[in-house]
Design a binder for this molecule. Structure first.
Ligand SMILES: *Cc1c(COP(=O)(O)O)cnc(C)c1O
Length: 372
């Protein structure tokens, strides 16, 4: 998309803010008790839709009753995978009521993902305002129980009806909402992960830094094989040398080596997690030593052997912080911190969760009220 098109889309986006149409359902869905909520199984009463047509930009923003799409079998997304998504959460915050966690960062990332697969950008201010509006309409769906949340899934798909590989001239942006249960129902338990030696998730120059469905298709087989061996997830290595640590399935990975917090840098093959960004920000506030630098799997093995691998944890919206208790590589089993949650891991978890639910101060304004 050229600059003029982008500007046109933006201008249209802004003008549409005022006429976001809201159609309420007449048949509300049954609620599920917080204690029975899983992840991504239950959806709310409404969704947000915005269409894009080449030459016209984004148009027809509307909140409508949740309903299946009718799709032409030749819709381009079904053939060439031109799509992006994001994932964030709304919380019932003790101080502010219904809030979204860092929605600006998530929408900026959605646009970065879009750019990689030739999808036109959304106006971020417009996207934020319409997202708040949707969550405001569905505020009653935000679980009140700490640990539970309303998961928000913005998605863009190519809807042009045509075969032939080229960027589509029509798209649909939609946002659906799903109340989700506590991730740590059985406690904040460390997981077992295995370093993946055969398959790769993403190569530099590829799609790894974009939240686009192809990356998840690429990850399924490795994850299935890991599950069959009793592991929760795989830890991906770089595609070129199989030496550098990248990330876990849907989480970034952080290590406490000695007294330094170390995580791989964002150089094109890793998804830049907002939780990662939040943890690094907190670590710098706390004056911890922080390094975003390449980490080889050998360095991790050596640090473990020397007793310097003190903590390992994943970061991502769904779990927030996920302690790693065991790491397996080439048949070797490395137990981290005696299989118990480490001090830094716990502190990151408690602080981020405290900010989300409003039991801790939020000096950086990460929680954004959806409005009255
Ligand atoms: C979404 C995702 C993450 C985590 O990002 P958050 O913004 O923290 O939720 C990390 N890695 C991959 C591959 C992801 O899809």
């Amino acid at each position: 998309m050229n600059r003029q098109d982008a500007k046109g889309a933006e201008a249209e986006g802004r003008s549409e803010v005022m006429d976001l149409r809201i159609t309420k359902t007449t048949t509300p869905r049954p609620r599920v008790a917080d204690a029975n909520l899983g992840f991504g199984q239950v959806f709310t009463d409404h969704m947000l839709l915005i269409d894009y047509t080449k030459g016209k930009g984004w148009h027809d923003a509307r909140v409508v009753p949740y309903t299946p799409f009718t799709m032409d079998p030749a819709a381009m997304v079904l053939h060439y995978g031109q799509a992006v998504f994001d994932g964030l959460k709304a919380f019932w915050n003790a101080k502010k009521g219904p809030v979204l966690f860092r929605p600006d960062r998530h929408l900026a990332r959605l646009n970065r993902s879009s750019a990689r697969v030739c999808i036109p950008p959304l106006d971020e201010a417009f996207a934020l305002q319409s997202l708040k509006e949707l969550v405001r309409v569905e505020a009653d769906w935000i679980p009140r129980t700490t640990g539970c949340a309303l998961y928000v899934r913005p998605t863009i798909i190519a809807t042009e009806v045509a075969l032939g590989v080229h960027p589509a001239n029509r798209y649909t942006y939609f946002v659906i909402l799903s109340p989700v249960g506590a991730y740590y129902k059985e406690g904040f338990n460390p997981v077992k992960i295995i370093v993946e030696e055969q398959y790769v998730r993403a190569a530099k120059g590829g799609l790894g830094a974009a939240k686009t469905p192809a990356n998840y298709a690429a990850s399924l087989l490795a994850a299935e094989e890991a599950h069959a061996k009793g592991f929760t997830q795989v830890l991906w290595l770089d595609a070129a040398e199989h030496r550098y640590i990248e990330e876990v399935g849907t989480m970034n990975i952080l290590f406490r080596i000695g007294d330094e917090l170390v995580t791989p840098p964002l150089e094109g093959s890793i998804l830049g997690g907002i939780t990662r960004e939040s943890a690094l920000h907190l670590a710098r506030q706390w004056k911890l030593r922080v390094a975003e630098r390449p980490v080889t799997v050998d360095e991790v093995v050596e640090a473990h052997a020397a007793g310097r691998l003190k903590e390992v944890f994943g970061s991502g919206t769904a779990a927030v912080i996920s302690p790693v208790g065991e790491l397996h590589y080439k048949g070797q089993r490395m137990v981290i911190n005696g299989g118990k949650v480490g001090e830094w891991t716990q502190r990151f978890f408690d602080t981020i969760v405290g900010i989300q639910y409003g039991t801790q101060d939020d000096p950086d304004g990460w929680t954004v009220p959806v409005g009255a």
